[in-house]
Design a protein around this ligand. Structure first.
Ligand code: SF4
Ligand code: URA
Length: 230
């Protein structure tokens, strides 16, 4: 487990530095028959990144629901494909639609601050949404939109295999847990899906309106961090 984390951190650092391959120059490489560049990512890494890239391209072209024709950019998701913690929000807003990236508007900036406060880096987690395209005027997702878009999220989760899923907001929590309970009830309970722990918490957009939620999100992020790395 520890080795895996170290390897993951090393690969992440190399990727952050823009390193995609290491060219071995020592005579040992000749002895080992390793001629030319040596890829720093393992076979599994490559296929994981490859699948995510392919899925993103599919979503960029998707018209399975009415939101497809209204978007500027689809927002597939962003972050580390090897993340232990995956965040799931509701749907892109105006800024996300503009940039094609999740949680980059005001709610995203609050999420960034909270992540920083609990010493989690955005580059080590993965962030996605239930819907990959923005609903007009940020209206609530429609059931048929949630149904049409769900396979992309399920695939994303299956590929990333996070140990922890943090659901941001009631829509995400209800969709992932397949229940209709209130956030107050869902937050108080322990949830597992297979080996994955699901932590429902308030949406950071709600915390912009009701600042008291910030402390509760903070507490839930601490729990996610401790479960993932503790
Ligand atoms: Fe396709 Fe999802 Fe966008 Fe609808 S919201 S068009 S299902 S990617
Ligand atoms: N709210 C969400 O649920 N997702 C985003 O990506 C941005 C805001």
């Amino acid at each position: 487990m520890k080795d895996k984390r170290i390897a993951r951190a090393l690969a992440e650092n190399l990727r952050a530095l823009g390193v995609r391959e290491i060219v071995a120059e020592s005579p040992a490489s000749a002895l080992l028959g390793a001629e030319g560049p040596v890829d720093v990512t393992s076979e599994e890494d490559l296929s994981r990144e490859g699948v995510i890239r392919r899925e993103k391209e599919t979503v960029d072209r998707c018209r399975k629901c009415g939101l497809g024709s209204q978007r500027t950019h689809a927002v597939y998701g962003d972050g580390n494909e090897y993340a232990e913690i995956m965040f799931i929000g509701e749907a892109p807003g105006a800024e996300e639609d503009r940039q094609g990236l999740p949680f980059v508007g005001r709610a995203g900036q609050l999420l960034n601050r909270l992540l920083e406060q609990v010493s989690l880096k955005r580059s080590e987690v993965y962030i996605g949404n239930l819907l990959k395209c923005r609903p007009p005027e940020n209206r609530d997702p429609l059931p048929e939109e949630l149904t049409a878009c769900r396979p992309y999220l399920d695939k994303q989760i299956a590929v990333i295999k996070p140990r922890i899923i943090v659901c941001l907001g009631l829509y995400a929590a209800q969709a992932i847990l397949n229940v209709k309970e209130s956030m107050a009830r869902l937050r108080g309970a322990h949830h597992k899906i297979g080996d994955t722990t699901v932590i429902p918490t308030y949406h950071t957009a709600a915390a912009l309106r009701f600042p008291a939620y910030k402390q509760q999100i903070y507490d839930d992020l601490c729990r996610a961090r401790d479960l993932a790395y503790g």
